[in-house]
Design a protein around this ligand. Sequence first.
Ligand code: UT7
Length: 334
Amino acid sequence: MPLPRLGGIRIAGTGMALPSRQVSNADIAQTVDTTAEWIEQRTGIKSRFISPAGQTTRELAVAAARQALANAGMTPSELDLVIVATMTPDMACPSTAALVVAELGAVPAGALDISVACSGFVYGMNHAAALIASGFYKTILVIGAETMSRITNFEDRRTCILFGDAASCVILTSKGAVPGQGCLHQSMNSDGRAWQELYLPTCDAHLPAGPNSTFNGKLGTLQMNGQEVFKFAVTTTQKAIEEALAASGVNVSELAMIVPHQSNFRILDLIRTRLELKPEQVYVNIDRYGNTSAASVGLCLHELMETKRLKQGDLVLFAAIGGGMAWTTSLWRL
Ligand code: UT7
């Protein structure tokens, strides 16, 4: 049985938060040229949650963090560092993490935002694992939080059907952990040459030159070449998972669960088929939340922990891909 390279780290608690308004496919079909059936068939999404005007990423992040602290039986003062993964920060400065630390009452914990789009939660877990293994930090709160509705053009049917708002989080700690628990393998990669497949321009200078631009006409909103991202997601995620398993000497049949970024059900199903995984080995909840970018992997983790589908000793592989393009894996023994 392979031992964790970054051992002695456990999940102390998880949390999640959603805006109060649930938006169905039928609701979306009233505002843009699409149908509820098209959205469900092409993406697996049935509904998503959308924040009311003025609700910020910080608010959702704090609500999720409070739940995780309660689940962990920890106080905010036990947090050494808070990492917030988001592409919809409240402000560029200060970091959303600093606002979360202050609102939680966790001062003087360190605070750091990371910007890796949909890969943010898993990148955050990887950073936290390495920092805890260094011995300088005992307990780190990793949050993935997004108000994607702030950066969505609701007149662009190619993107507005996909995204939802949410926050999720995990508290990772060395306190009370045994050496066999922790991160067996991790990878963080990017290919910025393909940035124009998924990007958020805020001025004309950001727009790619040439006839292939997918620009939807509205600066400050997400631009996406859906077909290219789809292909990239399937091939790159499959390869990254195979590399993680090979590097750690773990067979795919030993995995209790793969927790992938919830981008599109068809992407997840193709990856599952290619890796010859059983349906119950790949967690899917995109039907209820849509693609929540940095929040999605943590939403899955929280549901898996709450429903006790994961138990101590299980092998779990987290995998994500998104804008950047950036992709990442993280293999854990719980
Ligand atoms: O988190 C990581 C970031 N994002 C992703 O992972 C997304 C990856 N991509 C996707 O999920 C899919 O590409 C989409 C769901 C965005 C689109 O699905 P698709 O099956 O790739 O559709 P398509 O772009 O190939 O378009 C097929 C047709 C086109 O019509 P024509 O040219 O065949 O007449 C589109 O104009 O569907 C049309 N279409 C729509 N029709 C109804 C595109 N969007 C819609 C829509 N409703 N919302």
